[in-house]
Design a protein around this ligand. Structure first.
Ligand SMILES: Nc1ncnc2c1ncn2[C@@H]1O[C@H](COP(=O)(O)OP(=O)(O)OP(=O)(O)O)[C@@H](O)[C@H]1O
Length: 355
């Protein structure tokens, strides 16, 4: 299956025979939660761009934009990691360096032990890339023909190509689309076609840049389910960039947050809630309308008739609050609402931009 999706420069034509890698070896780590360390390594990675800005009618001055500003992390083989951040944070720039399209300004970077910029052709055999806003498929060709071309480009052995294509066709429901020119596909169909294309050559790592952008709910669910299967069954390492935080919640145990080119969070979703000062909400139904409830450790944030909403720290237990309210107020019913990850991230971005 293919690789380099659009955005990536010209597809690198492999110059060496297929590497042994592939399914058999990776299947061994299928489903395993790999230990940290190893497969993707960044150490103090920096990427600066020089841009010219207007400084008068005729004058232009040069400025340096640090798109990536000293990022270090390590992703183990078989991990599926979310890589998120606000617009312009440096996500795409990082991914472009990971594929070898962009050369880092400084710092160290290896993927599968290779230097992406120097060994781009060798690396191309081992990675798959999907940029949600572009396509690697040939616009005027039916899907089937695009895949044939990719098979030749990556010199994928027949049996492996057939097996991978059948697998993707079944799981991504591509059968009825195989003979349709890419330009006639809907966005969701084209995205499924692109994801299959990125997997035909059995990449060990898959970079996904907004794979669910613009898709309807059903298509998103299909894409997510497929990615989960690829990660679990083949042990493919996945780095997922998205603005749809449901992608992260449903797929990633680990999430890295980048802002202004710097890594500001690296850990589980729970830790993200803690970092973001998350709050849970106690929704309380009273027998009658009353002034806002006053209890230690929570504050009333909304009152509507006999219903009240009380916010309290996500890390605190609800039990003592419930006990106190039940003892002092005419309680009819209550429920606890978990914080939405969207709110946590929004608060995190807002707090940082206020610095
Ligand atoms: N080729 C370039 N020349 C100059 N500046 C660039 C270039 N590419 C990116 N930048 C700048 O680097 C910063 C990071 O951009 P990048 O595209 O990596 O962000 P992003 O996190 O992917 O954003 P988005 O979520 O909007 O796609 C931005 O300020 C952007 O304007």
């Amino acid at each position: 299956m293919s690789i380099e999706s659009s955005g990536t420069a010209e597809p690198s034509t492999p110059s060496t025979p297929s590497e042994p890698s592939a399914t058999a070896g990776r299947a061994a780590c299928a489903g395993a939660t790999a230990a940290r360390g190893g497969f993707i390594e960044l150490d103090g990675l920096v990427k600066s761009f020089t841009v010219r800005r207007k400084a008068g009618v005729l004058r232009r001055t040069k400025h340096e934009v640090r798109a990536v500003d000293g990022i270090s992390f390590s992703v183990a083989r078989g991990e599926m990691v979310g890589y998120i951040g606000p617009n312009g944070a440096g996500k795409s720039t990082t991914i472009k360096m990971l594929t070898g399209i962009l050369v880092p300004t400084s710092g160290r970077l290896t993927v599968a032990g290779l230097d992406p910029a120097r060994e781009r052709t060798r690396l191309a055999r081992r990675i798959g890339v999907v940029f949600g806003q572009r396509t690697t498929l040939w616009w005027d060709l039916p899907l089937r023909d695009s895949y044939h071309l990719m098979r030749r480009m990556y010199r994928i052995p027949d049996a492996r190509y057939r097996q991978n294509l059948d697998h993707c066709t079944e799981l991504l429901d591509l059968g009825p689309l195989m003979d349709v020119p890419v330009r006639q596909l809907s966005l969701g169909q084209r995205m499924r076609g692109d994801i299959a294309a990125a997997l035909l050559h059995d990449p060990e790592v898959l970079y996904l840049d907004e794979p669910t952008i613009g898709l309807d709910v059903v298509s998103k669910a299909k894409v997510r389910e497929f990615l989960r299967t690829v990660n679990e069954e083949l042990g493919t390492t996945v780095l997922l960039t998205t603005h749809d935080l449901t992608d992260i919640e449903q797929l990633c145990e680990r999430v890295m947050v980048i802002d202004h080119g710097r890594l500001v969070h690296d850990g589980g979703l729970d830790a993200l809630h803690a970092d973001g000062g998350s709050e849970r909400t106690l929704v309380v139904d009273l027998e009658r309308e009353l002034p806002p409830i006053e209890v230690e450790g929570a504050r009333a944030v909304r009152v509507e008739g006999p219903r009240q909403w009380l916010a309290f720290p996500a890390s605190a237990s609800a039990a003592p609050l419930v006990a106190e309210i039940a003892a002092e107020y005419p309680l009819v019913d209550l429920s606890v609402r978990e914080p939405a990850i969207e709110d946590v991230i929004a608060r995190m971005y807002a707090d940082r931009s206020a610095l």
